[in-house]
Design a protein around this ligand. Structure first.
Ligand SMILES: *Cc1c(COP(=O)(O)O)cnc(C)c1O
Length: 331
């Protein structure tokens, strides 16, 4: 009854990067293929459906961008009033464009994501508006389905799941999914959860709130993750890790994935592969292991990033066959 076509995203086998790591089975879960271009849709469809079921007419969220794009889309689909509160100047252009197109009310605040989340929590305590951030447990229930899809496709759990960590809802959701599957004896073991924050926004790694989180990966620019405790549980119970990668490492992975695998993701999503490359450099062996990197959002979300950080090789010729032939000869 309730869908914009979220979920059932591709699990693509690496053709190049896995081989260089001696990892024969590296996969990318392309969450950018969801209706609004990020995994947020999996949770949003459930959160919004439950809000409607409860008789609500309005939803609100704080967002680094993708939650607002998703809330705005599902809000439009259900005819709800959607308000998004976002940090001014810190949201990638594609994401803001989506919220505008879907007709959401957009409130810019001169602060970070953490402050925006605090504000919307205050509002929903006082007003009958549904909060659709990942502190809403319905979001987590929706997002856990990605773990089920990976199991369905591989026929078992992978050995490792590498995933970016921002507000930490998603790593918690995957762990819930794998744990439920394990409890139902659908899989005989659970993967190690490998969460990666950006170095300038790594509160869980540092063990303290980061007041002014900074990263090129705006979707994980979070200084005080709401699901901090459950992310630590996912790490501990799985025998995994939560670590940080630098902006340089993120952008290196972002380029590699596009140029070697044909996968264009947004910078935050590249933190997963950046984490895998970091572990490999540190000497961890992934030989014979099944590894899945969660590619959380589409590269089209953040077109300025691609334009700014990529050297541009554009050439101009007159529209004549002879001129174009000369261009091929030069190559
Ligand atoms: C929201 C988001 C994240 C971080 O997910 P959390 O659940 O906040 O940890 C990572 N990548 C992208 C593209 C996102 O939109």
């Amino acid at each position: 009854m309730v869908t914009l076509g979220e979920g059932d995203t591709p699990l693509v086998r690496s053709r190049a990067i896995g081989e260089t790591l001696g990892c024969s089975e590296l996969f990318f879960k392309l969450e950018g293929c969801n209706p609004t271009g990020s995994f947020k849709d999996r949770g949003m469809v459930v959160a919004v459906a439950k809000a409607v079921e409860a008789g609500g007419t309005g939803i609100v969220c704080a967002s680094t961008g993708n939650t607002s794009a998703s809330a705005a889309a599902y809000g439009a689909y259900f005819g709800l009033t959607t308000t998004v509160v976002v940090p001014k100047g810190q949201v990638a252009r594609g994401k803001l464009t989506q919220a505008i197109a879907f007709g959401a009310r957009i409130i810019l605040v001169d602060g970070g994501f953490d402050q925006a989340l605090e504000l919307v929590r205050g509002i929903t305590e006082r007003h009958p508006i549904a909060l659709v951030n990942s502190v809403n447990p319905d979001r987590i229930q929706g997002q856990k389905t990605a773990a089920f899809e990976i199991i369905e496709e591989l026929g078992e759990a992978p050995d490792y799941v590498f995933i970016p960590v921002g507000n930490a809802g998603n790593i918690s959701a995957y762990w819930l999914g794998f744990s439920e599957a394990f409890g139902m004896e659908w899989i005989s073991s659970r993967p190690k959860m490998m969460g990666f924050q950006a170095e300038g926004a790594a509160p869980i790694v540092r063990g303290e709130v980061v007041e002014d989180p900074r990263s090129v990966a705006s979707a994980i620019q979070v200084g005080n993750p709401a699901s901090w405790e459950s992310a630590l549980r996912a790490k501990d119970e799985s025998g995994g890790a939560i670590d940080a990668v630098s902006d340089e490492e993120i952008l290196e992975a972002y380029r590699l994935m596009a140029r070697k695998e044909g996968i264009f993701c947004e910078p935050a999503s590249a933190a997963a592969l950046a984490g895998l490359l970091k572990r490999a450099r540190e000497g961890f062996s992934f030989r014979g292991k099944k590894v899945v990197c969660i590619v959380t959002g589409s590269g089209l979300k953040d077109p300025d990033q691609a334009a700014e950080n990529e050297p541009t090789f554009m050439e101009e010729y007159p529209p004549e066959l002879s001129a174009i032939e000369r261009a091929f000869a030069v190559d």
